[in-house]
Design a protein around this ligand. Structure first.
Ligand code: ATP
Length: 364
């Protein structure tokens, strides 16, 4: 029997509720499947760790993660610690340190979800946003000079390397090629940003030559927001820089019904380091500890983790179970207009996983 070593990093806020829920569902799936198992290790990094140790994770934290097959992450954020410390000290440290340069965010309107675009049918919205995850606007380069004085200067330098741009675009084209519509939209802003974004466009034109079967176009990031709302069916795979994709993927999540549903994979495509899977939502301290957190984003992230680990059948079964549960509005959490709790949704998905494992249709 195969054993997958998975690091659990719940982090802060509702991460501490949804990651244990994700573990429960993965354990139910493994028990029903009986061909693989998980060896979970829990890491208590985040805001509480910072209060005790002055850092969000230990100095050798990345080393501890390197021996794992995958990481299931919750969120980083604490009302009493500045956001740039929580983000850079944990999530970005892991993404950059383990070279997880491809951030992949699928968006669909799941069964039973009442999405806000009234003219959009569920089949019109089926996107994957590919976000550059290690450089660009979030490179961390820059600084502050004359701090606190009237002449203070502050810079955040966007760094785009040809190698970094080419690898993420190649990843995007490959992904587009693997999808039914073979359609890719490159998000740009080369009208206003006349150096790095012009290179970004040029590299795309070069990479595209290796993917003649992929139909592609370019869209300015501002126009892309309008297109996502007015013509969702014209989009399929979307490739964008770190900042642009950060914003577009939150819009995508809202258009699909709730920020509590969307998953993310932070992928190191060469598999030199483990990849990390997490819901797109943050720590949501306003609902923490109340049992209101929607665990579906974490469950869908677990589906992406199973796909990455090479367990496509288990991934499909878990996705079927999730969709079966979202289709039942009595099992909707408050963000979806329902009254179900995290525990109720988790138990329902676990029960469904057990049923589908026994059903002959599960392997069809
Ligand atoms: P952070 O600062 O860590 O990014 P945040 O609380 O500012 O976190 P989000 O967590 O992204 O931002 O979410 C914004 C709001 O959406 C939350 O305050 C919460 O009310 C709601 N929300 C987010 N995730 C969920 C979820 N999984 N289930 C239910 N509601 C959620």
């Amino acid at each position: 029997m195969k054993t997958y070593k998975v690091a659990l990093v719940p982090g802060d806020g509702i991460g501490k509720e949804v990651v244990p829920a994700g573990r429960q569902v993965l354990e139910a799936l493994a028990a029903a499947d009986n061909t693989f198992r998980f060896d979970f290790e829990h890491f208590d990094w985040g805001g509480d760790y910072y209060r005790l140790h002055g850092a969000m994770m230990p100095a050798d934290g990345l080393e501890m993660l390197k021996s794992k097959d995958a990481i299931l992450f919750g969120s980083a954020g604490d009302p009493h610690i500045p956001d740039h410390i929580t983000l850079w000290g944990l999530r970005l440290k892991i993404c950059q340190g383990l070279d997880q340069y491809a951030n992949v965010r699928p968006t669909r309107i799941l069964p039973g979800i009442d999405a806000p675009l009234k003219r959009c049918r569920p089949e019109d919205l089926d996107w994957v946003i590919v976000r550059e995850n290690t450089e660009g606007e979030y490179s961390g380069a820059g600084g502050r000079v004359h701090q606190g004085l009237p002449i203070e200067v502050a810079t955040d330098l966007s760094v785009m390397t040809r190698a970094g741009v080419e690898r993420i675009q190649r990843f995007g084209f490959k992904l587009a090629q693997s999808r039914q519509r073979k359609l890719l939209t490159l998000i740009t802003k080369s009208n206003a940003q006349r150096h790095a974004m012009v290179m970004w466009d040029e590299v795309a034109a070069e990479v595209a030559k290796d993917f003649p079967d992929v139909k592609w176009d370019k869209e300015l990031v501002d126009a892309a927001t309008v297109r996502m709302v007015n013509r969702p069916a014209s989009l399929d795979t979307i490739v964008a820089t770190n900042l642009h994709a950060d914003i577009l993927s939150d819009l995508a999540a809202a258009l699909a019904g709730s920020i509590g549903i969307g998953p993310t994979a932070n992928i190191n495509p060469e598999r030199q380091f483990p990849s990390m899977f997490e819901p797109i939502h943050g720590s949501a301290f306003d609902i923490m500890g109340k049992g209101l957190a929607n665990p579906v984003g974490t469950f869908w992230s677990a589906v992406m983790m199973l796909e990455h680990l090479g367990e496509p059948d288990a991934a499909r079964r878990l996705m079927q179970a999730i969709e079966h549960v979202t289709a039942n509005t009595r099992l909707h959490t408050r963000d979806l207009g329902g009254a179900a709790t995290t525990v109720e949704v988790t138990s329902a998905v676990c029960a469904e996983v057990a049923v589908t494992a026994r059903s002959p249709l599960a392997t069809a």
